[in-house]
Design a protein around this ligand. Structure first.
Ligand SMILES: Nc1ncnc2c1ncn2[C@@H]1O[C@H](COP(=O)(O)OP(=O)(O)O)[C@@H](O)[C@H]1O
Ligand SMILES: [Mg+2]
Length: 270
């Protein structure tokens, strides 16, 4: 069975799409047949971050409305084997996704032998976000270390536990993973940001990764290349550790403390 993972948060701009792209790529790199689906109808960010925006002909809504087959709409990633993207449409109709339609797509992906389906959720707690999480087996709760983001994540935890298919059917609950993104240890030390411990203490779900705030993320997204492919970058390495943990490995957390700059770095920057 395909593992259906929703990347969600409630709040916008916290790093869901960045994380969806990185996580899907990392799973595929480890030999897992993976598809990443953009549920953010109308925005279409994922295909930009994956660098496949010019190849989009058909999209998720076309498939659901029967204007294209799933096979026609899936875009094979140009860099990473085993990786496919199902782009969102630019339609303004946010209700273009139906539960029946999404269920059918997920069943078909399962039959096509996918190991992982990564669902990039839109912000908010309205229909698009609900649709992205409804069928999930697991959720990656993407949270920035600040009070408003943690609050919205707490809200999403309530929704996962009450409005998902698993909740409706009385099945095992969605497995929750906390992903702290845009972490800046210096700002934590100065008291401008919550620490990872604070966030875990409030949300009380298992931590799967801590991604540092890093200029490499913007650089990667400008190049249309998931940051996990940048093996020199702290954020890329942190995403890679996150994948290993998702696949059951124990890994120590890195980048939790401020890097002490040596004399040369202090003098010359870097
Ligand atoms: N670890 C990070 N370091 C620096 N910038 C980041 C990081 N993660 C995300 N960003 C930036 O934050 C913005 C929002 O990210 P995005 O993934 O689109 O969030 P969402 O999908 O939750 O709205 C983007 O400009 C992205 O480049
Ligand atoms: Mg997004």
């Amino acid at each position: 069975m395909a593992r259906i993972i929703v990347v969600t948060s409630g709040k916008g701009g916290v790093g869901k799409t960045t994380s969806s792209a990185a996580i899907a790529t990392g799973l595929a790199q480890r030999g897992k047949k993976t598809v990443v689906i953009d549920f953010d109808i109308g925005l279409r960010n994922l295909d930009l971050i994956m660098g496949c925006e010019r190849r989009v002909v058909y999209d998720f809504v076309n498939v659901i409305q029967g204007d294209a087959t799933l096979n026609q709409a899936l875009i094979k990633d140009k860099r990473t084997d085993n990786l496919y993207i199902l782009p969102a449409s630019q339609t303004r109709d946010k209700d273009a996704l139906t539960k029946e339609g999404v269920a059918k797509v997920l069943e078909d992906l399962n039959e096509m032998g996918y190991d992982f389906v990564v669902c990039d959720s839109p912000a908010g707690i309205e229909s698009g976000a609900l649709m992205a999480l409804y069928f999930a087996d697991e959720a990656i709760i993407t949270t920035n270390p600040e009070v408003s983001s943690v609050r919205d994540s707490d809200r999403i935890l309530g929704i996962l536990a009450s409005k998902s298919r698993r909740a409706e059917n009385g099945e095992d609950p969605i497995r929750e993973h906390l992903l702290v993104t845009r972490y800046n240890p210096g700002r934590v030390t100065r008291g401008d940001m919550l620490s990872v411990e604070d966030v875990v203490e409030i949300l009380r779900i298992p931590l799967v990764g801590v991604i540092p705030e890093s200029p490499s993320v913007l650089r990667a997204s400008n190049q249309g290349e998931p940051v996990i492919l940048d093996t020199e970058s702290d954020a890329g390495v942190a995403y890679s550790d996150t994948i290993d943990r998702l696949l059951g490995e124990e890994k120590p957390f890195r980048f939790l403390t401020e890097e002490k700059k040596g004399l040369l770095k202090r003098l010359f920057g870097g």
